[in-house]
Design a protein around this ligand. Sequence first.
Ligand code: SF4
Ligand code: ZN
Length: 485
Amino acid sequence: MPEKKCDPSELRAETQPALDQSKFPMDIGEMYEGERIRKPDLYAEFGGVDIPEKFELVLVRPMEEVQDGRVEVVGPDLPKLQIGGAYPLGILIEVSGSKLDRDIEGVLERRVHYFTNYIEGVMHVNQRTDVWIRISKKSFERGMKSLAWVGRALILLFKRSLPIVEKIQVTFFTDPAKIEERLREAVKVYNARDERARGLTEEEVDAFYSCVLCQSFAPSHVCIITPNRMGGCGSISWFDARASSNVDPKGPNFPVMKGDCLDSVKGIYTGVNKVVQDRSLGAVQQISLHSLFDHPHTSCGCFESIAFYVPEVDGVAIVHRDFKGPTVNGLTFSTMAGHTSGGTQNEGFLGMAIEYMRSTKFIQADGGWKRVVWMPQQIKDRLKEAIPTGMRDLIATENDAKTAGELKEFLKSKNHPVIERWAELEKAEKEPVPETGREVPPETLPALIPAGLEIPAVGGGFKIILKNAKITAERVIIKREDSRK
Ligand code: SF4
Ligand code: ZN
């Protein structure tokens, strides 16, 4: 793409070390977290599934390279955009501080998601090259006429919440040529961060780390981050979480002592279970770090991909966030995301980082790559090196199979290892089932029907966890229903 010269009138820079929240045209605070901006209320959006050029990156720089409070918009700003339009965006946040080193970049970058969502009329979803931001008409009309206001709010929030950030400058790129150039650099940084943890295993460390940043969205969700399992959002590795815990021990990332290993293949540890029980307020009792079944790891909503069980072939399929079409079970990513998210455990559904598929322990309890039967071509190409050589041609994509029936034929034609399981299944089906008169406990049934469709009401009740909630009502009536009527 030819280099597009920036129109100087579109390029603005400013330095505002002292920010006064009362001068902002929009409000800022935790109460705006979770605010949704729907199409009719949309002024403009950046990134998302339809826009490939997008990223957000935090870099730690030497003190002299950061101009504290500087905000710059490189390319067309909000007033030049069409109402309802979708545009490319790159966000580069450069920070410095005497206690900061590059290990902390990934963790600071994840805060961009939270802090942006504190801004009234701004919705932020995902991270890295999946970022998606919406700006509301209301905030634009009230005076938020530039992305620079978002930058100023981020500076305010970073400095207020994290005193280790001594200097900070923010640059928004909306010029596609500039984004393309910076995006390549950003991807190199993401890869270098992720590769660092690849040489280490769970057995070699005494402690894992936890992340509870997403509890504002899913109160019972706790990410357990190990050298072999990155946080579901794909932005916090074991090294990132360790660095975060060192600089902010009371923050969202803290050490999790492993305790006794109850199952080394599934990845069940007493120390992990204890932390998950405590931090989920008892909603989750146990997790398997490396399985879709038997108490899978929970997810909030920002996972990069989903591994899901395909009962017709007794295999595991994978779909990532950018795949828009229906998968081999007829459901889209967004439909299945509903069954995978919210901090609940739904056997047969696992939200995960794309990096987890590079892990040597990737769903090892379920058969690892030998159990994978289907994945979109795009993600298969991206993970080419991670898929064992012998398996690469045996995993179908949307180009090979669109339905479970087609998938079955494909797997047969390739002699996929999962076929060995079919014989065992058929044998088991033919064996007469002894009449015991007892019901099969629901947890032993595979999750063919996603449990996320129903409110869990085991034992005649359900639990509602309200965190930081403010409820106002003119009248509340709770009535006991008379079952005899
Ligand atoms: Fe933390 Fe997990 Fe949320 Fe990522 S998905 S921010 S690792 S809780
Ligand atoms: Zn999340």
